[in-house]
Ligand binder design. Structure first.
Ligand code: SAM
Length: 472
């Protein structure tokens, strides 16, 4: 039997079942000790993170006053590390052909109920232009796993197509990729194709449950899936994104394992995950959420978002349109730093609205507002919507990014950069109502900048308007 070792190359070593059970029983035993909880909170106030064990104690303590304190601290940490900027992106579904058997996903191979679609490069071009017309600059590519229909060569060709499209005033500047676990050789090819973040959700960290939910197909191999980020990082991909599909297994188990995974990557590669996504199970074709007994209620979900912000302050937290406007609003305050907007989870959904396309969707979204509405909403809440990809463009990735972020410096880069890209959005894509809200926010935010930064910002906006430099 494998022993717990955070540096281990083996899933059974760094996501060690005995260690997770030990942490959870320690937390259960001690969570009611008020002094211990307050001591942990005090440590968290230093904004350097918490261990999985400390986080589990706070999670299992259900005292309402403590939860309020956790939420207040999470907001404080969010502001210190990220300020009021929120990064925006959209998913792009390339193909829903899949050989796997994931029982919670309608793309599983034995579902003959949904149309199977795969976009040609021409269709991808049209979709990307539609996304660019909305104002998007950052995409997350999504595809089922199918060696014949969606081989890596197809993904690579699609990335090349996307980066090559220069439409009107700009282009897609960062392509993140969410595709199945693959080999070191393939990760090297993805790295060479200049992807942004490689995202792979663990779904569940509990091996037994994982194997039950993934009865066949390549994804059935728990260790291969769990060790994917090690392969990706050893292949040179600096930014990786973790995530659990909440609702598949016990939330406390998942949070502890997720934090061990983050710690493992940080210890082994010097940089923890660039992002953590917090997807929750959604209704989909043939998928009834009621049949999953571990469905996560809103209050606990929000507490998990806040605890992630406290436990890994320098890691971005991503929330998709799986969540409602209300939950997204609350989560932004507690720690979420990136959200998607105007999303379609169908293959070809940005250009076609026929029945076939709609039926190819992966799951039902809960926030169906347009990107313009979301940008306007964010600004009314006092956030700076950001389309910035400067860190990626300037090679501030992996360890370099983490170093700046841990020193709480990223904020200094981000505020002017976010405003620059917001101005780009307002001028080129926004409705008149959103532009009006934006001009007020822009003025208020620029007045907060130090004089030097303000000068640079205005001269860059002028240059961008003259076409002499790009926004990024
Ligand atoms: N095929 C890739 C893989 O195996 O990782 C890409 C994954 S898929 C396009 C993106 C994610 O959607 C999955 O990792 C899963 O967590 C999530 N997902 C699947 N079914 C879902 C559902 N019913 N509700 C919410 N999210 C779901």
């Amino acid at each position: 039997m494998e022993h717990f070792d955070i540096k281990s190359d083996k899933a059974a070593g760094f996501i060690n079942q005995q260690e997770i059970i030990r942490i959870l029983s320690y937390a259960k035993e001690h969570c009611l000790e008020k002094n211990l909880a307050l001591e942990i909170l005090k440590k968290a106030e230093q904004m350097q993170g918490l261990s999985a064990e400390e986080t589990a104690v706070l999670l299992l303590n259900q005292d309402e006053q403590l939860t309020d304190q956790i939420f207040t601290l999470a907001t404080k940490i969010k502001n210190a590390y990220y300020g009021n900027r929120v990064v925006l992106f959209a998913p792009l579904y390339l193909s829903n052909y899949c050989v796997n058997g994931c029982t919670y996903c309608p793309y599983h191979a034995s579902n003959h109920n949904i149309p199977r679609l795969k976009m040609s490069q021409e269709q991808i071009k049209a979709e990307v232009i539609a996304l660019q017309d909305m104002g998007h600059k950052r995409l997350a590519l999504e595809a089922g796993e199918h060696p014949l229909y969606n081989p890596l060569s197809y993904i690579l060709e699609s990335i090349e197509t996307i980066y090559s499209i220069h439409h009107q005033s700009g282009s897609i500047r960062r392509v993140n990729v969410n595709i199945a676990a693959t080999t070191v050789e393939n990760y090297k090819l993805l790295q060479a194709a200049k992807i942004g973040t490689y995202i792979l959700f663990q779904e569940t960290y509990n091996q037994k449950q994982y194997e039950k939910l993934h009865p066949h197909g390549p994804k059935a191999n728990y260790a291969y899936h769990t060790e994917a980020m090690d392969r990706a990082m050893s292949a040179g991909i600096e930014d990786v994104g973790l995530g659990v599909l909440f609702g598949l297994h016990n939330y406390a188990y998942e949070l502890v394992a997720l934090l061990l995974h983050a710690k493992h990557l940080e210890t082994k590669f010097g940089a923890g995950p660039h992002t953590i996504s917090v997807p929750r199970l959604r209704p989909a074709d043939g998928i009834n959420v009621q049949n999953f007994p571990d469905a996560l209620p809103d209050d606990l979900f929000l507490k998990i978002v806040a605890l992630l912000r406290i436990a890994v302050p320098y890691t971005g937290i991503i929330m998709s349109t799986r969540e409602t406007e209300t939950i997204r609003k609350k989560s932004l305050k507690l720690g979420v730093s990136q959200i998607s907007g105007g999303s379609k989870t169908s293959v070809g959904g940005y250009t076609a609205n026929d029945e076939q396309t709609e039926e190819s969707a992966q799951f039902e979204t809960a926030d169906n507002r347009s990107l313009d509405e979301i940008v306007g909403w964010l600004m009314q809440l006092g956030y700076i919507p950001s389309f910035c990809t400067a860190c990626y463009g300037k090679g501030r990735q992996g360890i370099d990014f983490m170093k700046i972020c841990k020193e709480q410096q990223i904020h200094n880069f981000c505020a002017p950069n976010a405003l620059l890209t917001l101005e780009e959005y307002l001028q080129n894509y926004a409705s008149s109502k959103t532009r009006y809200i934006g001009s007020m926010l822009f003025n208020a935010e620029t007045s907060k900048l130090p004089e030097v930064q303000k000068k640079i910002l205005f001269s860059r906006i002028k240059d961008a308007k003259n076409g002499s430099v790009k926004f990024f």
